[in-house]
Ligand binder design. Sequence first.
Ligand code: HEC
Ligand code: HEC
Length: 505
Amino acid sequence: MNHLTTIFVLTVASSIMACQSTTKEQTPPRVNHDSAIDKQLKQIIATNHLTGNAMQGRSTPDIKSPKAQLGMRLFFSTSLGGDQDSACVTCHHPALGGGDNLSLPIGVAAERPNLLGKGRLTDANSHLKGVPSVPRNAPTTFNIAAWDEVLFHDGRLESLGKTPSAGGNDQQGIRTPDVAFGLRDPLSGDNLVVAQARFPVTSPEEMKGFDFEDKNNQEIREYLASRIGDYDDNHGHLSVPSYWLKQFQTAYQAPTASAKTLITEQNIASLIGTYERSQVFTNTPWRRYVEGDKTAISESAKAGAALFYTAKQAGGANCVACHRGDFFTDEKFHNIATPQIGNGKGDGADGKSDFGRFRETKKEADKYAFRTPTLLNVEVTGPWTHAGAYTDLEAMVWHHLDPRDEVTNYDVSQLSQPNIANLDKIQVNTQPALEKLDKDRDAGLSVLQNIDLKDNQVAQLVDFLHTLTDPCVKNRACLAKWIPNESEDPNGHQLDAVDTYGDRL
Ligand code: HEC
Ligand code: HEC
């Protein structure tokens, strides 16, 4: 470019710029034209003190940190299963919404241990005879760090202090199933998630198997730690014991420490908890809307949000009575009488029922009450309810609006998972919960109201629920950080999951 052309280009450019700037000056100052529904939601957002961010005020680990990385390898390792055929990831895979996509989970004794999701079957020749053996649906591990009060459907893991935003990490400590209701477990670890990680390995159906019935909970944990660490002469030596030792030495920055001091059951739980707590998926369209982007969600979803947050008297669906705050849960227990499918927890006359929170508190008021689930990423965390009874989000919403009617007309064909027990007795097994709901309503003790909504209003509610999905949870490339590369464990214990077509998850 010669000198003259440069001047010419600059002149043209500056006159274009000048022209643009005049146009700009002529535009009237921007006013935020909120539509009527935006105004209504603005009010709702203020009244409910919503920020859009369920992790506000919390510190969570980075998945790239060495401890989260090691926690991930432990989470994906069948070496923590008694018979080395089940891992945490068996029921909580990131590509399956942090769950397993099954109504009722299958842990040990699967026909194909690394096949997860639809098509996973219990081995018909095992003593479980092909029946899914875990009586409750696996909740998602996504955003697990946002719980402050209780974990599990019945809250049997409970923060005694319940300090907001502390995740159970406060002075009062944590009650676990290893101690009596209301007491502190001195071995719980720092927070609810770490405390939880010490329990699946003690459950025969989930991970332990049935060959270790002579060991109590603490004995089985210590046995597993010594088996991974290859110390205390604990049978079945690893072909490459240095695999785990090196990783623990790196994660704890203790290059010369021994396996016995590093590879302890307490450290294992803490590492797994660190990995799980790094699973933060809160960048939802609804969050963007709450933060001010009026175009982040559709008009139909806005109408659904208004229904969600508005009381029945004012024409709403009053979902916020229980699903409140940025995490969409009050962390309390309610009986909403969802269909009791499967084998139950051994409660009731025939042992096929599940008394929920009552199992812990022994208070009549808590019978059939289950913890209010979060609704963040609910689109990908189905099947829904404590027993995985609903496989369709719309039906799940309808259930709340008239539980008796929905249970009476419950469509069993939605359960595509084979061999779920007691399907012919759903009405019978759910009846006591429905009767209790009637009684509670008469006594003014239930906040669940029957509500008449039109089809299009239920569709709007479902559209709103879909705005609670962080796009990352539907994108394998985005989730890759939380899934280890194939076959990293030279001992062959890493569970590299495939779906029913044999494709890698
Ligand atoms: C066989 C399936 C299975 C396996 C394996 C399994 N889980 Fe779970 N997980 C469940 C079920 C079912 C529940 C709910 C149990 C209940 O509420 O009674 C649950 C609950 C949880 C929760 C509480 C979630 C909440 O919202 O309250 C966390 C966290 C969790 N599991 C993490 C783990 C970890 C860590 C491991 C491995 C050490 C593991 N799970 C292994 C099925 C499984
Ligand atoms: C009385 C409290 C209460 C109210 C009001 C309520 N829910 Fe729920 N909701 C629950 C409980 C408790 C469960 C879990 C029931 C179970 O596990 O059996 C649940 C489950 C759900 C689920 C399934 C989530 C999962 O992970 O299993 C969805 C979706 C849902 N509710 C949406 C709604 C919507 C939409 C409304 C308003 C129409 C609403 N809820 C009103 C208490 C409530």
